[in-house]
Design a binder for this molecule. Structure first.
Ligand code: PMP
Length: 304
């Protein structure tokens, strides 16, 4: 469990980090957040935070879209994260959750003329989904939020009702993860993860214009696939039925890490087991995030 939080400009015991029920962000979803993973490397006796500045760069972009002034530089946010993790003395994988939010205690939905707040906590964290080696999925009847209704490319708290609706819908139908389509009916992403298909040895993922969250793991996978396996990724529109005939389908994201999809809408993907490309990308990903691959160690910020 978390022992500390960064709240209202300082570190406090987690029990003291409380907001009022009148808080604007609580009432209207006017906040932005990040999800960051830190991995414990036993051999190095070190906790490595994966792509830390990249997460805070996206946090900054999310904040600017909803007119939140962070008042902290990316470097300061990175330093605070390491300080928090150090205070927690974690010697296991952990998840860091920074939130910037409209903190005024007033009625009235808007973004302007409100005070901004920032807080952060961290918890020990294992798997986000149980079946990383083989998730059963279904297409949700909920469509991915359209960018012209609310920005899809950044992490706005209120917008996550869209992920919650789709995830719960398919889980209540007995599946592990939802696949969500755009309003035009093309594949967008998972309920909180980006998606890749493999067709005839080619990696394909929905383009940034498909209302996806521009995932940090998505970018990492594309870089690793190119550099280590000579696999280029095509970013394009993907039809629903392409999911049914793909050789492999997998999800990626900070939470889900790299998770194989073995079934879509009652149809097995490939031979119904994790495919060879997903498996080698997944294995490499875990080595990279744990700081075991020298070439990519610069993506890992040591805490201790
Ligand atoms: N899509 C959504 C809706 C998400 O919430 C996440 C998790 N942040 C992702 C995709 C994956 O993004 P990332 O790799 O940056 O964690």
């Amino acid at each position: 469990m978390a022992k500390y939080a960064y709240f209202e400009g300082k570190f406090v015991p987690i029990e003291e980090a409380k907001i009022s029920i009148m808080t604007h962000a609580f009432n209207y979803g006017t906040g932005v957040f990040e999800g960051i993973r830190a991995y414990w490397n036993e051999k190095d006796e070190q906790l490595y935070v994966f792509k830390l500045p990249e997460h805070f760069d996206r946090f900054r972009k999310s904040s600017s879209i909803v007119k939140i002034d962070l008042g902290l530089t990316t470097q300061e946010l990175c330093d605070l994260t390491c300080e928090l993790l150090k205070k927690e003395e974690f010697k296991a994988d952990a998840y860091v959750r920074p939130v910037a939010y409209k903190a005024s205690e007033v009625i009235g939905v808007r973004l302007h003329d409100l005070e901004d707040g920032f807080c952060m906590f961290a918890v020990p964290f294992g798997r986000y989904i149980e079946k990383e080696e083989g998730a059963r999925t279904a297409v949700s009847s909920w469509r991915r939020i359209d960018d012209n209704a609310a920005p899809a490319r950044c992490k706005i708290t209120g917008v996550y009702i869209n992920s919650a609706l789709s995830k719960t819908e398919v889980m209540e139908r007995g599946f592990d993860v939802a696949i969500v389509l755009t309003h035009e009916g093309h594949v967008s992403e998972g309920s909180a993860e980006n998606i890749f298909l493999v067709r005839d040895g080619e990696l394909i993922t929905p383009a940034a214009s498909e209302n996806i969250l521009e995932g940090i793991t998505r970018k990492t996978i594309m870089e690793l696939a190119r550099a280590e396996f000579g696999l280029d990724t095509t970013e394009r529109q993907i039809d629903r039925s392409e999911l049914y005939i793909a050789d492999e389908v997998f999800f990626c994201g900070t939470g889900v890490q790299v998770a194989a999809v073995i079934e879509v809408d009652g149809r097995p993907v490939g031979d119904g087991k994790i495919g060879p490309i997903a498996e080698k990308i997944r294995n490499l990903y875990f080595d990279v995030v744990k700081g075991k691959v020298k070439k990519y160690k610069h993506w890992c910020t040591p805490v201790y």
